[in-house]
Ligand binder design. Structure first.
Ligand code: ADP
Ligand code: ADP
Length: 228
């Protein structure tokens, strides 16, 4: 599904050029669940911005389902991003003044869906993450784990080809982290979701099939994990 071939990424400022991704090669097949680990500043965010079609200023080739999108217009790229990738963040990134329903429906707004189609999709996504009946709540009325479930519902609402989760358990306690990781595991195993997860948390790794370690912009380890 995803092929990164010889990717190099530089940040240039007046004084210096930072080489932040160094000859990165990565193949991700449909249905994988991958943990990416690495120290702060090692290039993880840069890598996921590139994977998630947020950044297309890089050297090398990114093929998504065999196609390169670097030459696409900004409009096309946002459209592809909206329909292809679900994002989940450490701090949930919910709109506080919007209800759970309004937060989850956001990615659908430009899809031309009717009210009833939208409602059906939102309710199904909320049910999928275990938040039936919470649609009229505001984020502040929910626990951290529930807020992350809202964010996950939002991330799956467009049936994305893959999900990028950036430190999804970073703001959660151990027990809640486990619940969220079990949800990701279900989405992967039952629904076939492809999940790329950036994490500092070693407890997250056993839920994944594959571990990639990145250091100073280079992949230093890429291994399959056996799951019991
Ligand atoms: P999809 O993700 O579309 O279901 P795959 O990812 O398995 O299918 O395969 C996509 C393409 O990537 C195929 O042409 C396959 O030969 C190629 N491919 C498979 N494994 C690797 C790998 N480890 N490195 C590079 N290319 C690969
Ligand atoms: P990580 O997510 O692993 O912490 P990042 O991808 O955020 O790493 O950063 C990799 C390197 O690139 C760091 O040295 C960081 O300071 C630098 N960097 C990140 N974003 C920018 C930017 N927009 N401009 C200049 N340098 C950046």
């Amino acid at each position: 599904m995803i092929d990164l071939i010889g990717i190099n990424k530089y940040y240039k400022n007046a004084e210096e050029t930072l080489h932040v991704l160094k000859d990165v090669n990565l193949h991700v097949a449909k249905g994988e669940m991958i943990a990416i680990m690495g120290p702060s500043g090692s290039g993880k965010s840069t890598l996921i911005n590139l994977l998630g079609f947020i950044d297309r200023k890089f050297e090398g080739t990114y093929l998504f389902e065999g196609e390169s999108l670097v030459a696409s217009s900004d409009d096309r790229l946002s459209k592809v991003r909206n329909q292809t990738v679900g994002f989940v963040f450490q701090n949930f990134s919910l709109i506080e003044n919007n209800t759970v329903y309004e937060n989850v429906e956001l990615p659908l707004l430009y899809g031309g869906y009717s009210f009833s189609q939208t409602k059906e999709k939102v309710m199904a996504a909320l049910k999928r993450v275990g938040l039936e009946g919470k649609e009229d709540k505001y984020p502040k009325q929910l626990s951290g784990g529930q807020q992350q479930r809202v964010a996950i519902a939002r991330s799956i609402i467009n049936n994305p080809k893959f999900i990028i989760a950036d430190e999804p358990t970073g703001a959660l306690d151990t027990h809640t982290s486990e619940e969220i990781m079990r949800l990701f595991e279900e989405l992967n195993q039952q629904d076939g979701a492809t999940i790329i997860l950036v994490t500092h948390d070693p407890e997250v790794v056993p839920y994944c099939h594959r571990l990639i370690r990145i250091r100073d912009g280079a992949i230093i380890e890429d291994k399959e994990l056996s799951k019991e």
